[in-house]
Design a protein around this ligand. Structure first.
Ligand SMILES: [Ca+2]
Length: 397
């Protein structure tokens, strides 16, 4: 087993430690990692998430969005939409009742708090293979998954594990207990953006699918080349909410309005039987579901999307820890100074948002609009992609 660059949603693993233990059966490694991680948890910070100032003072969750009135700048870049920005309630106070590996996992979306973001353009869709191919052809860029990891980077890894590749969802053919991610995730030699399921796969017929197996650095490189950038987490959530407040989903309050699926998620029995009731088993091409209120596609489901913020489980509580009033507004937050995931305290993780085609109420409901995800910076997989944003010039338009 090679767990290098492992993307995990529910149980996070330390790359270096897992590589060092890579000759151990996955379940043993997992159990060992749990104890390692728990030993490193800052219990004070976790407690702060539960007892943040707003928790005692009441929630900001129901406050309305105050959308900027400023019209879109005259020239909208191709395949982007204008997101006007404004003040809104970010996060949620009730999210601990949601399913995603148990109630504890959703604490990071608490507490609800007020945020202001300036207007920006956002890609209508996740970056596609066709778009990423243009970037690679123009720059000869090699993604992290295509580079051979070195012994210097991972000194504790057995040499046989040092092969280029990425993590691929590989479901078992039978039902399994949902307590060990290695039952459905495999590190595949030769898996990369051009070979999303492994070396034998290709992009034939998939040019309008989201690019996957992109690490944070890869997404950033594409964004820079295209004159754009990755969204902050606050920008992403403002865009996803579409000017509404307190709704559970990007599209409203019901999972299936009029019985219709609104996003590519997972139906059936996770992980072995994806029935594709929503039209797609596994990943879908972009823009196959209705656009959001701002004209954005697939802001829930399909693939996770990288944001530029470091991930801290207690970031929202941290933002409010020094303020006197729950109505305090954080302007254009850029994320915390340092990353911190209590299940893997030493890993450098960035925020991911939106959930993926693997989200299901049996296991992970992070397609909900306030839900946060996270991924180690150098870790891609076949359900992680991205989209970009662009800020108008400071000059008057
Ligand atoms: Ca689906």
């Amino acid at each position: 087993m090679v767990a290098l660059r492992m993307k995990t949603d529910l149980v996070a693993l330390s790359i270096t430690a897992v590589l060092a233990m890579s000759n151990i059966a996955p379940s043993v490694a997992l159990a060992a990692m749990d104890s390692v991680a728990l030993g490193g948890v800052d219990s004070g910070s976790m407690a702060a998430m539960d007892s943040a100032p707003v928790a005692a003072k009441g929630s900001a969750a129901t406050s309305a969005t105050i959308q900027n009135e400023r019209k879109a700048p005259a020239r909208t870049p191709p395949n982007m939409v204008w997101v006007p920005g404004g003040e809104f309630t970010m996060g949620a106070d009730g999210s601990t009742t949601s399913l995603c590996g148990g109630v504890e996992q959703m604490r990071d979306a608490r507490p609800a708090h007020r945020v202001y973001v300036d207007g920006f353009w956002m890609d209508k869709t996740e970056v596609t293979n066709a778009e990423f191919e243009k970037f690679v052809k123009a720059t000869d860029y090699k993604t992290i998954a295509e580079r051979t990891p070195t012994a210097e980077e991972f000194p504790t890894a057995p040499p046989e594990n040092l092969v280029a590749g990425s993590v691929v969802f590989t479901p078992p053919d039978h039902e399994v207990p949902l307590n060990n991610i290695f039952q459905w995730w495999r590190y595949r030699k030769g898996a990369d953006w051009q070979h999303p399921e492994g070396p034998e796969s290709s992009l034939k017929g998939k040019m309008h699918y989201p690019v996957v197996h992109v690490a944070y650095e890869d997404a950033q490189a594409y964004a820079r080349w295209s004159g754009k950038r990755l969204p902050t987490e606050a920008e992403w959530e403002f865009a996803a909410r579409g000017g509404c407040a307190g709704e559970k989903y990007v599209w409203g309050t019901e999972l299936k309005p009029d019985g219709k699926w609104m996003a590519n998620i997972f139906q059936g029995t996770f992980p072995n039987n994806d029935t594709g009731d929503d039209g797609y088993v596994g990943i879908a091409p972009v823009a196959k579901y209705p656009a959001s209120k701002f004209g954005l596609f697939d802001m829930a489901g399909n693939v996770w999307e990288w944001c530029s913020d470091w991930y801290r489980a207690d970031y929202y509580a941290q933002l409010l820890s020094g303020v006197a009033e729950t109505s305090a507004v954080t302007k254009n937050p850029q994320g915390p100074e340092t990353p911190w995931d209590p299940s893997e305290p030493r890993a450098k993780k960035r925020v991911q948002r939106g959930g993926s085609f693997l989200c299901t109420d049996q296991y992970c409901t992070r397609y909900m609009v306030e839900a946060r995800g996270r991924g180690e910076e150098s870790t891609g997989s076949n359900h992680v992609g991205f989209r970009c944003v662009m800020t108008p010039s400071k000059n008057p338009l």
